[in-house]
Design a protein around this ligand. Structure first.
Ligand code: FAD
Length: 302
């Protein structure tokens, strides 16, 4: 590989890098069209998998299922289905899992979810439901031979009293059968790498894949970050300062910020990346390009 297409000065070849993309199920026909143009643009980058979120409170149950079914029908991508414990009995959640299995989904991202009363309010399990993400991981594994991914929080989950408690909860999910964790997004790579050290020190050796969010809209991202306990460094706010009415420059800055973050992670030995695409391809495609990934000829679905 020539220097020109190396992802960075010190990293190995791009073929050693793996990416996955996260989509949300569309609500309207217009959003459906946007999602599919995003899927079509990113699919040739041969992601390891693409995941489809499960709306707060289970609100997207049918749409998540329909999106997964279309991905399986029309592409050769491997879909991962998100699922939460919120607002449903075990029997209902199990039915969703069997529905996934029956259309050919083999990978579930098992989450507790947020209470219907909003992020940050107390979580009360459904009286007949799965009480924790750990229970859900075990439930999914009982139903079928699924690969199960779970979440991880480099700045700890806002409800965890300490990092120790947070990482013990991650360990419980792994003991229940999870084989990969995908992180909440973060902007300081040191935060992720320090977390990785803590996790490894506790004897956890599954992949902890960094979740990266290209900043499509700084205000929205900052407000979402606040709710989820992800910190927004002052230097990041400074980079987007004064650009609220200048979308073109904002996009250039967003691409530069995200590429800088991803390339630094590559330099520091990271090989797997999960992108929160927000159903928009351009920034993610550009970052993957800078990581050295190139579109591969289309493969027909088996
Ligand atoms: P958990 O691992 O369940 O942790 C939540 C809290 O419970 C922590 O404080 C933890 O310490 C504690 N805990 C965990 N296990 C135990 C246990 N066994 N005993 C006692 N305490 C325990 N939300 C959606 O609604 N839909 C989605 O599709 C979705 N996708 C996501 C994907 C990723 C990669 C991430 C990082 C988050 C996603 N979320 C999604 C958000 C997530 O649902 C919320 O952050 C929610 O608040 C926590 O659920 P969790 O499974 O991530 O966390």
């Amino acid at each position: 590989m020539s220097d020109a297409i190396r992802p960075s000065r010190t990293a190995g070849p791009a073929s050693a890098l793996r990416v996955s993309f996260e989509f949300f199920p569309p609500k309207t026909e217009e959003m459906e069209t946007a999602l599919w143009s995003c899927v079509e643009r990113l699919a040739p980058l041969s992601p390891s998998f693409v995941s489809v979120t499960y709306g707060a409170g289970g609100a997207t149950r049918e749409r998540t299922h329909a999106t997964l079914a279309r991905i399986l029908d029309e592409t050769s991508l491997k879909p991962a289905a998100h699922l939460t414990c919120v607002g449903a009995s075990r029997a209902e959640v199990d039915e969703v899992v069997r529905g996934y299995r029956d259309i050919g989904v083999r990978h579930v991202v098992a989450l507790r979810g947020d209470p219907p009363t909003g992020v940050g309010t107390a979580f009360t399990p459904h009286p007949h439901g799965y009480a924790t993400s750990t229970d859900l991981v075990a439930g999914v594994r009982r139903i079928g031979d699924f690969e199960v991914s779970v979440s991880a929080y480099p700045e700890k989950h806002p409800e965890s009293a300490s990092f120790d408690q947070d990482i013990d909860a991650l360990k419980a999910k792994i003991d229940a059968g999870a084989t990969r964790a995908i992180t909440q997004f973060f902007f300081e790579n040191d935060v992720y790498l320090r977390y990785l050290d803590r996790v490894r020190a506790k004897g956890i050796h599954i992949p902890i894949v960094p979740g990266l969010v290209p900043v499509q809209n700084f205000r929205q991202t900052a407000s979402f970050a606040k709710k989820t306990g992800a910190s927004v460094p002052a230097w990041l706010a400074a980079r987007f300062e004064g650009l609220d009415d200048d979308p073109a420059t904002r996009r250039l800055v967003a691409a530069a910020v995200a590429a800088e973050q991803a390339l630094d992670l590559v330099d520091r030995g990271v090989t797997d990346f999960h992108f929160y695409t927000m159903n928009k391809a351009d920034l993610v495609f550009a970052i993957c390009h800078m990581l050295g990934l190139r579109p591969q000829p289309a493969q027909k679905a088996a």
